[in-house]
Write a new protein. Structure first.
Ligand code: MN
Length: 643
């Protein structure tokens, strides 16, 4: 890879590119990195060059290409951000600052903090200029492509896991499938090497088996479309190994049942040609009934457009076609980036408007999460949930679609509709069945909410269950309006409940010095203030307990290294007896990956209540929290606590 290849690629879509500026940035970066080598021993400059080349595929603009060339200069060389700004201007310096990691020296004692703070800055800068995250994605993609060169196994895993947790969802959110799928498969390869190679060989074998059918199908489809006077590009679609794997794990089905045997893409010039091509294919191959989807006439919620059809192909092999125009294809492969840059010389007004609206939503969410977060850890967790999480689509009784993060519950839904609905929520139904307000939703659910003026506000416990930033903010707003005394009393009560839940009879005593240190963690001056902030929802009671008690105090002795790596915890459950209660609990635990190792006794007490005591296996405190909270939102539960 060299700089003239990049300039050539960029000029194809950007004829007015300022070549000299690109060359200047390149010489500057080359000089700055001249004494550095990559893990495989090649000159460091190969990395910024490759990053830059990836961006030309996204049809990135000049500033981004320059940023890509310079992105590691302030982090790793003798030149500072100021030097970059002096030479290439404030705008480029701002972009570079967003991409680069924070000083290695300053954070040398806490690299985990450095990572978290760097991520935070990346997102906050990206909220101001989305181009930063695109450069970062390209940077990360190249690092993933060369991950195999890193010798240190745990470092390798750390990078792969971070990519899967953070950058893959970002690419997904922005709809940049091209990058998402490649990154995802690279993560898959490094995190689950055995499964990866198994999937890889399954796909390869099936490709070899179907090779002649594929060739024949391509030939016939091409000539059928061409005979209608359409100049189309037709090719076999690449499959994303990780998504096939996930589907197999999720559904428990076999490879051959999941993997569509032949999948082709047909790219044409305009919408009319899409329908002509569809006609040509249907006259050549018999379509499978009910498998024609016209996402051009009715685009998907996320704006996706294409026509899909499944036909009985050669030798009856099930064959899937996706038909779309070039513009639809670019929109699909490169998502928000396509809207940003493609065709920018004759940008359509409406399109630009749509991009800005989407971006504004995104930026607003990031800033909301920042307002909400008390620590950088909270911030990154919030990002993971509100921004990166997979989405679910649920319905109101009138059939309106509501888009929420995966894991959302009735409370999130209610506040999403309107804060009054949340504040006055009396009861709820999912698909006609009565449920608790903390019941989790899944795609396709219809949610009905009953409200009443007699309900005077949300429940404080909901704060523990609410998943979206919006619901949390609204609930807190409600409690902040209440009197300090009320919040103090509520705080005490929440603290008491949490202690009971974890089976602690009395709050730990502390020396006044230890107490001051402890209070500092929450930026409060007194215990009273802490309790008030627990009451109004500003401070999470779980965080307080987790800070106060050590892991061992709450979970018991850690499992021995090298054996099974889980803690044995005994919990008690009291519930109103009904058919299927135990099944609900077992299902719930299995979804959370919690193993039930023993059920001790099961006896009825008065009031038709039963008491159940069981030993469960959890990985850590967070896992235990999840388990306890999940149990406490099951229908007919009276009480749950750790022994
Ligand atoms: Mn880099």
């Amino acid at each position: 890879m060299n700089i003239s290849q990049i300039i050539r690629a960029a000029k194809k879509y950007m004829p007015d590119l300022n070549e000299q500026k690109i060359l200047d940035a390149y010489s500057f970066a080359e000089e700055a990195h001249k004494n550095q080598k990559r893990d495989d021993g090649s000159p460091y400059i190969t990395h910024p060059l490759e990053t830059c080349m990836i961006l030309t595929n996204l049809q990135a603009d000049e500033d981004m290409l320059i940023t890509a060339l310079l992105h590691d200069v302030p982090e790793d060389t003798g030149y500072s951000l100021k030097d970059v700004g002096g030479k290439f201007g404030k705008k480029v310096a701002f972009l570079v600052e967003g991409v680069t990691k924070l000083s290695r020296v300053y954070y040398k004692h806490n690299m985990a903090d450095r990572q978290i703070e760097s991520l935070k800055r990346l997102f906050l800068h990206s909220a101001k200029d989305l181009r930063i995250i695109l450069v970062k994605l390209a940077d990360r993609l190249h690092n993933m492509r060369t991950l195999g060169n890193i010798k240190n196994e745990s470092k390798k895993l750390l990078i792969a896991n971070e990519t899967l947790e953070i950058y893959v969802p970002v690419a997904n959110l922005l709809g940049i499938w091209e990058i998402k799928f490649e990154m995802e498969d690279l993560c898959f390869e490094h995190i689950y090497p055995t499964d990866y190679s198994r999937m890889n060989s399954l796909v390869e074998q099936s490709a070899i088996r179907n090779d002649h059918i594929l060739k024949e199908t391509l030939k016939i489809a091409k000539s059928a479309v061409k005979s209608r006077g359409i100049n189309a590009e037709i090719y076999a679609r690449k499959k994303n190994l990780y998504s096939i794997y996930k589907k197999m794990v999720r559904t428990g089905r076999q490879f051959k049942d999941i993997y569509d045997l032949i999948a082709l893409r047909v790219i044409v010039n305009n919408v009319d040609e899409c329908y002509l091509a569809l006609g040509a294919i249907h006259q050549t191959f018999k379509p499978k009934p009910k498998r024609i989807k016209d996402y051009i006439a009715v685009p998907k919620v996320n704006g996706y457009r294409s026509i899909h059809t499944t036909v009985f192909g050669i030798d009856g092999v099930i064959t899937e076609f996706q038909i779309r125009t070039k513009q639809m294809h670019l929109d699909d492969e490169y998502g928000i980036a396509a809207h940003y840059f493609y065709d920018y010389s004759k940008a359509k007004k409406q399109k630009i408007g749509e991009v800005f609206r989407k971006h504004a939503d995104w930026a607003k969410k990031i800033l909301d999460i920042q307002k909400e977060a008390r620590t950088s850890n909270d911030f990154v967790d919030g990002m993971k949930f509100d921004i990166f999480q997979d989405r679910i689509f649920v319905f109101t009784p009138r059939g309106d679609v509501i888009d929420l993060p995966y894991g959302s519950n009735v409370v999130d839904f209610a506040y999403h509709i309107h804060s009054d609905i949340g504040d006055h929520l009396l009861s709820a139904e999912i698909n006609g069945e009565p449920v608790t307000p903390t019941a989790q939703l899944k795609t396709g659910d219809t949610v009905k909410i009953e409200i009443s003026d007699k309900v005077l506000g949300p429940k404080r416990e909901w704060l523990q269950f609410a998943k979206t930033g919006l619901a949390k903010t609204r609930i807190k707003e409600f409690f902040k309006k209440q009197s300090t005394q009320k919040n103090y009393n509520a705080g005490l009560q929440l603290l008491g409940q949490e202690l009971k839940l974890l089976g602690i009879s009395e709050l730990k005593k502390m020396s006044s010095k230890a107490e001051n240190e402890f209070l500092k963690n929450f930026s409060v001056k007194s215990k009273r203030e802490l309790v008030i902030l627990i009451g109004n929802g500003d401070i999470n009671v779980k965080n307080v307990i987790h800070t106060l008690y050590s892991h061992e105090e709450l979970l018991g002795t850690p499992p021995a290294k090298g054996t099974q790596s889980s803690y044995q915890v005994e919990i008690n459950i009291i519930f109103k007896d009904r058919v299927g209660f135990l099944r609900d609990i077992a299902m719930l635990f299995s979804n959370l990956g919690v193993n039930i190792s023993q059920i001790k006794d099961l006896n009825a007490d008065s009031n038709m209540q039963k008491r159940l005591s069981m030993t469960i296996e959890v990985n850590n405190l967070r896992h235990l929290d999840e388990a306890l909270m999940a149990v406490s939102s099951v229908k007919d539960i009276v009480k749950v606590w750790k022994r």
